[in-house]
Design a protein around this ligand. Structure first.
Ligand code: NAD
Length: 485
């Protein structure tokens, strides 16, 4: 079995103890992984601090950009190995993980282009005897905490802008899917980065993340994960006043109006919830369908859902792999059983598709109200709750009646309606006649319990910069020390 080490400064650390990463499809361990101690976390933060102060921070932006582009090239060269590591760790389709990994160089190229364009501005100080300017400075050492569902893509949302800004990073991958992020660290040395720019600490223990977040020398925390952990992370970072970015869960509405292209809309509902077996923060887990087309849309979605091919995530014909780990499967089963007990109809799915193991079929829950737990809590699995609406106002009210505010989809051919809906829906991303599309240039993030801060785009770069105001006295005069100014 392959052993995967952490990267701390110039050291590869195999860990004094280790843990196993299980392949969700086979149920067997496929790699052993280093378990970090608190001293490892401390060393990693120190290495990141040293690199920030001595090599990476002072490096000209153009040179940082050159290294980011080189990293992108090495990711392309190693894409198959990295993607396979993700599939073996989290059970998601190899073709999806490959697509994600192959898209990553786009992020490094985009932010490489911005690395030498981090300009400040000269300010009219309102005082002829002072020259003033604002410079945009890197925040310093970033602690990044990752979930298991798309490790490298979600890390890249943080890493590419942080490095472009001149920050250094210590990343803590999920205990469920640590390998690809640890392997990425090996590419940094090959690309020619100075040691300490990107460090990794892994562990089966959730304490590793806590040590990192609470470390007093971490200047900013960027977290992607669940709502409950997000609260713990925000509290831990508050202890030393580190600002946080929180990318949390969702309960996104995918809304179908009667004037929509029903083929496209039905396909969009399927993509929204059954792609990645629903293990995605942007899952369109609540379908809101107008009463005039409810039967037709539901019929189409149920028919396609029942035909989704479950199986080996490495097989190119498979459409849905297993659930990532047993605890997650139990949680999904619990939501569906509770909905059924409360009188909901399980239109399709609910079982393991005859495959056993960690499989769970695409499942559609109808005859529920929006206050049911399955409509309010994030299931993080292939479970679609379907609700009927009559008016646009009702659709908006249902969509917004959620703690979360990550994303929403709207299917309509009425151009005026698209403007009304995009304005009224409370979510960080709105897709019109589309679902589950992301790219480096469009800001991504949520509101309410889906978190705060933005990743990607220019906004994503700003998360890693802070403003410094500089006043320069130009006359040499001496002033009254007891008067402001
Ligand atoms: P999780 O919250 O259980 O764990 C996330 C990470 O936090 C893991 O690395 C874990 O070890 C670490 N952690 C646990 N306790 C910690 C603590 N006290 N301090 C610091 N770190 C700690 O989430 P998960 O199950 O790995 O991922 C699924 C969740 O992630 C879902 O809620 C999903 O919606 C969310 N997610 C959000 C986005 C987004 O961009 N908004 C993207 C993907 C996933």
């Amino acid at each position: 079995m392959r052993h995967i080490s952490m990267q701390i400064g110039a050291d590869r650390r195999p860990g004094t103890t280790t843990f196993e990463s299980l392949d969700p499809y086979t149920g067997e361990p496929w790699a052993t992984v280093a378990e970090a101690t608190e001293a490892d976390v401390d060393d990693a933060v120190r290495a990141a601090r040293t690199a920030f102060e001595t090599t990476w921070g002072p490096m000209p932006g153009r040179e940082r950009g050159r290294l980011l582009r080189r990293l992108g090239e090495l990711i392309t060269e190693n894409a198959d190995e990295l993607a396979l590591a993700e599939t073996r760790d989290n059970g998601k389709l190899l073709r999806e993980m490959r697509g994600q990994v192959r898209s990553l160089p786009g992020w490094y190229e985009y932010y490489a282009g911005l690395a030498d364009k981090i300009d400040g501005r000269v300010v009219d100080t309102g005082r002829p005897d002072y020259f003033g300017y604002v410079s945009r400075e890197p925040v310093g050492v970033v602690g990044a905490i990752m979930p298991w569902n798309s490790p490298l893509l979600l890390l890249t949302f943080k890493l590419a802008p942080a490095l472009a800004a001149g920050c250094t990073m210590v990343a803590k991958p999920s205990e469920q899917a640590p390998v690809s992020i640890l392997l990425l660290a090996e590419l940094f040395e090959r690309a020619g980065f100075p040691p300490g720019v990107f460090n990794t600490v892994s562990g089966a223990s959730r304490e590793v993340g806590r040590w990192l977040v609470e470390h007093p020398d971490v200047d900013r925390v960027s977290f992607t994960g669940s709502e409950t952990t997000g609260i713990a992370v925000a509290r831990g970072a508050a202890g030393h006043f580190a600002p946080v970015t929180l990318e949390l869960g969702g309960k996104s509405a995918n809304i179908v109006f009667p004037d929509a292209d029903l083929d496209a809309a039905s396909n969009g509902l399927i993509a929204g919830i059954f792609a990645a077996a629903g293990q995605t923060c942007i899952a369109g887990s609540r379908a809101l369908v107008h009463e005039d087309v409810y039967e037709e849309v539901l019929g189409r979605v149920a028919e396609r859902a029942a035909r989704i091919k479950l199986g080996d995530p490495q097989d190119p014909d498979t459409e849905m792999g297993p659930i990532c780990f047993a605890g997650q499967l139990d949680k999904i089963r619990g939501f569906v059983a509770e909905a059924e007990d409360s009188g909901a109809d399980i239109m399709t799915g609910g079982g393991d598709g005859g495959l056993g193991g960690l499989f769970f079929e695409p499942t559609i829950v109808a005859n529920v109200t929006n206050d049911a737990r399955v409509c309010q809590e994030e299931v993080f699995g292939p479970v679609l709750s379907v609700l009927k609406f009559r008016t646009e106002d009702e659709a908006v009210a249902l969509a917004n009646d959620s703690r979360f505010g990550l994303a929403a989809g709207v299917w309509t051919r009425d151009v005026q309606r698209t403007f009304r809906m995009t304005k009224r829906l409370r979510a960080g991303t709105i897709w019109i006649n589309a679902y589950r599309t992301l790219n480096y240039s469009m800001p991504f993030g949520g509101i309410k319990a889906s978190g705060f801060g933005r990743e990607n785009g220019i906004e994503g770069l700003h998360e890693y910069l802070t403003d410094k105001a500089v006043w320069i006295e130009t006359t040499g005069a001496t002033r009254d020390p007891f008067v402001l100014g």
